[in-house]
Design a protein around this ligand. Structure first.
Ligand code: ATP
Ligand code: BTN
Length: 254
């Protein structure tokens, strides 16, 4: 299959039939110090070790869905990558809105829902030092046509694009996703989340709702007030709003 980007910048798209995980493949190439150009994309037809956050499994059956990873090099250190999954979530929003007129909702920090059912997920991984260049792998999984039997494996409500849209052309989806991702990454490098966080807040699946914040060790309850310009989640507790940030934090409806 042939995939191409719509943007001025031509992304290199590599298609693999079966792979452990498109994110793991790019992370291996980074670790092996292989030359990688920003804009390199790997798409697979199936992943046998698809990953979500914190070692969770991302179900990735053959031919059914989109498994996509994008490589991007940042010159200004790890700090600059904070909040990246916010920008990526908006790129997925842009893509699904333009192509299928769908209005997704976003769950901090990395989940994509349609009518309260999980449609897609984002997994951003980094390799780098606090200062100096940083390698970023942006993984995006979008369900296109998941067999119903996967409800046995997925412990939350989920959906796929085939339930919401007539025609899904994977080639066109990859082209648009890459285009919108590059637009959002360019915006992110110029102004961080300043021009994006208010839009993200409009799509916040938990806006104004009572939520539970979990680190595995501790949990808090409060009202979800959206994100701040750094991408931290703001929770109101006893009249006071605090911002939380961190890869270990999970949000649930309380
Ligand atoms: P959080 O990131 O806030 O902890 P989460 O529970 O959704 O939320 P993630 O690591 O983001 O956790 O995603 C992995 C979870 O997504 C799995 O535990 C499973 O519940 C669900 N899941 C796995 N594969 C799929 C899929 N193909 N489609 C939809 N949901 C899936
Ligand atoms: C999540 O919701 O936790 C994120 C899921 C991310 C899945 C994508 S599929 C392509 C890339 N390869 C992986 O192993 N994970 C991401």
């Amino acid at each position: 299959q042939h995939y191409q980007s719509l943007g001025g910048h031509i992304a290199q798209v590599e298609v693999q039939p079966i792979i452990d995980s498109t994110n793991s493949e790019l992370m291996r190439r980074i670790a092996a110090k292989q030359t990688l150009e920003s804009g390199t994309v790997i798409v697979a037809e199936m992943q046998h070790a698809g990953r979500g956050r914190r070692g969770r499994v991302w179900q990735s059956p053959f031919g059914a869905n989109l498994y996509y990873s994008y490589y991007w090099r940042l010159d200004d250190g790890l700090q600059a990558a904070m909040g990246m999954s916010i920008a990526v979530g908006l790129a997925v929003y842009d893509t699904l809105k333009v192509l299928y007129q769908l209005d997704i909702e976003l769950k901090w920090p990395n989940d994509i829902y349609l009518n309260k059912e999980k449609l897609a997920g984002v997994l951003v991984e980094l390799d780098g030092q606090p200062q100096g260049p940083c390698h970023l792998v942006i993984g995006i999984g979008i369900n296109l046509q998941m067999p119903a039997s996967y409800s046995l494996q997925i412990d939350q409500a989920w959906t796929d694009l085939s339930q919401h849209s007539q025609q899904i052309d994977k080639n066109q989806l990859v082209a648009h996703l890459t285009y919108h991702l590059e637009q959002r990454l360019a915006q992110y490098s110029q102004t961080g989340l300043h021009g994006m966080y208010l839009q993200w807040n409009e799509l916040n699946a938990f806006a104004g709702q009572c939520v539970e914040l979990n680190t595995g060790h501790r949990s808090w309850r409060g009202i979800c007030e959206g994100i701040d310009p750094q991408g931290a989640i703001r929770i109101r507790q006893d009249g006071e709003v605090k911002s939380y940030y961190g890869g270990e934090i999970s949000l649930r409806k309380a």
